[in-house]
Design a protein around this ligand. Structure first.
Ligand code: NAD
Ligand code: TYD
Length: 351
């Protein structure tokens, strides 16, 4: 048996592939276009490992996807590939429509053709696992209950709108064609290999470089945070036992305001790598808010716990300590992802 993973050189995808092959010998075919966010260095530990087949290519390339499905005969497609950064989606939404909407459509069509021609047993066992986000549900008020799977879709950014569109396509391919899909909607992840354009790794690498720590608006926006390997174990649980056609919310029961996240990162760095210039919190700088900035996300993860017994293994305290330590231990990884293209992005976004 084999699984086909898309986007397996990105932050969550690479953690998933590494984690998968730590727990099982089932091979992974990894299709990734290696955009700015894809990094084969994340998978260096798998070099020479026959269980991992990396293919550089686009999920929107139908001929390529058809060929990979025919050649490797996967029992499941686990679909991570996406443009994933809200701020980039505000500057340039086109790539988000192309990959997240059209790319998912192509992957669904290729999967449908492949699945439809399988023998009965294999057809019944096949899964298309779509990895999505809590951002499709929109923004919560302080007193609102957390997002359950039944919450209406109210995406507010080009990124979340494109992910919502892809969720709808996945749903329709199940209802109309019977494709055996499962969808997971997860909260904000953090952990190793997180590209330093996102809040937590950006704060770590900027602090270590003595650069400002840009906090959007008043810093009181709330996200639910989940350590990335807990997301991976949630996906494995849903892939193994989730009911076909269902969606499962995955979250860490960790609602935190951005400013508190930044202060926690600063305090950990003060402890683990103190700066001669004084506490890192001196670098906190409030900057112009993100347009259309969602105020609060929170996940009700009771369904996945009730049906599949999944709960996160890490608390925020254990997960953030591991994360800060990982960045301290991997300065060469950070230096290499901070390529020319990444520096251009920083100039565009932060001036
Ligand atoms: P990422 O940006 O770090 O990685 C995305 C990967 O997809 C990269 O390796 C990139 O090269 C690849 N890719 C992009 N376009 C492609 C294309 N057209 N064809 C093939 N590969 C392509 O993203 P991430 O943070 O790892 O997120 C992975 C998935 O999880 C996304 O679908 C995202 O919406 C979802 N998600 C992310 C979070 C989070 O906090 N990061 C939370 C919930 C859900
Ligand atoms: P981000 O990591 O981009 O994830 P998302 O927008 O998908 O939730 O941002 C997390 C939160 O941190 C979000 O409320 C925006 C905020 N943020 C800042 O305050 N400063 C920054 O430089 C970045 C990148 C994000």
């Amino acid at each position: 048996m084999t699984i086909l993973v898309t986007g397996g050189a990105g932050f969550i995808g690479s953690n998933f592939v590494l984690d998968w092959l730590r727990q099982s010998d089932e091979p992974v075919v990894n299709l990734d276009a290696l955009t700015y966010a894809g990094n084969l260095e994340n998978l260096a530990a798998l070099q020479g490992d026959a269980r991992h087949v990396f293919v550089k290519g686009d999920i929107g390339d139908r001929a390529l996807v058809d060929r990979l499905l025919a050649e490797h005969r996967p029992r499941a497609v686990v679909h991570f590939a996406a443009e994933s950064h809200v701020d980039r989606s505000i500057h340039g939404p086109g790539a988000f429509m192309k990959t997240n909407v059209e790319g998912t459509f192509t992957l669904l069509e290729a999967s449908r053709a492949y699945w439809g021609a399988l023998a009965d047993d294999a057809r019944a066992a096949f899964r298309f696992h779509h990895v999505s986000t809590d951002e499709v549900y929109g923004s919560l008020k302080p007193e609102d209950p957390p997002f359950a799977e039944t919450h209406p879709y109210e995406p507010n950014s080009p990124y979340s709108a494109s992910k919502a569109a892809s969720d709808h396509l996945v749903r329709a391919w199940h209802h109309t064609y019977g494709l055996p899909v499962v969808t997971t909607n997860c909260s904000n992840n953090y952990g190793p290999y997180h590209f330093p354009e996102k809040l937590i790794p950006l704060m770590i690498v900027n602090a270590l470089a003595g650069k400002p720590l840009p906090v959007y608006g008043d810093g009181q926006q709330i996200r639910d945070w989940l350590y990335v390997t807990d997301h991976c174990s949630g996906i494995r649980a849903v892939l193994a036992g989730g009911r076909v056609g269902e969606t499962y919310n995955i979250g860490g029961w960790n609602e935190k305001a951005n400013i508190d996240i930044v202060k926690t990162v600063c305090a950990l760095l003060d402890e683990l790598r103190p700066s001669a210039d004084g506490p890192y919190a001196r670098l906190i700088t409030y900057v112009k808010d993100r347009p259309g900035h969602d105020r609060r996300y929170a996940i009700d993860a009771r369904k996945i716990e009730r049906e599949l017994g999944w709960r996160p293994a890490e608390t925020f305290e254990t997960g953030i300590r591991k994360t800060v330590q990982w960045y301290l231990d991997h300065p060469e990884w950070v230096a290499r992802v901070q390529s020319g293209a990444y520096r251009e992005w920083l100039d565009k976004q932060y001036g």
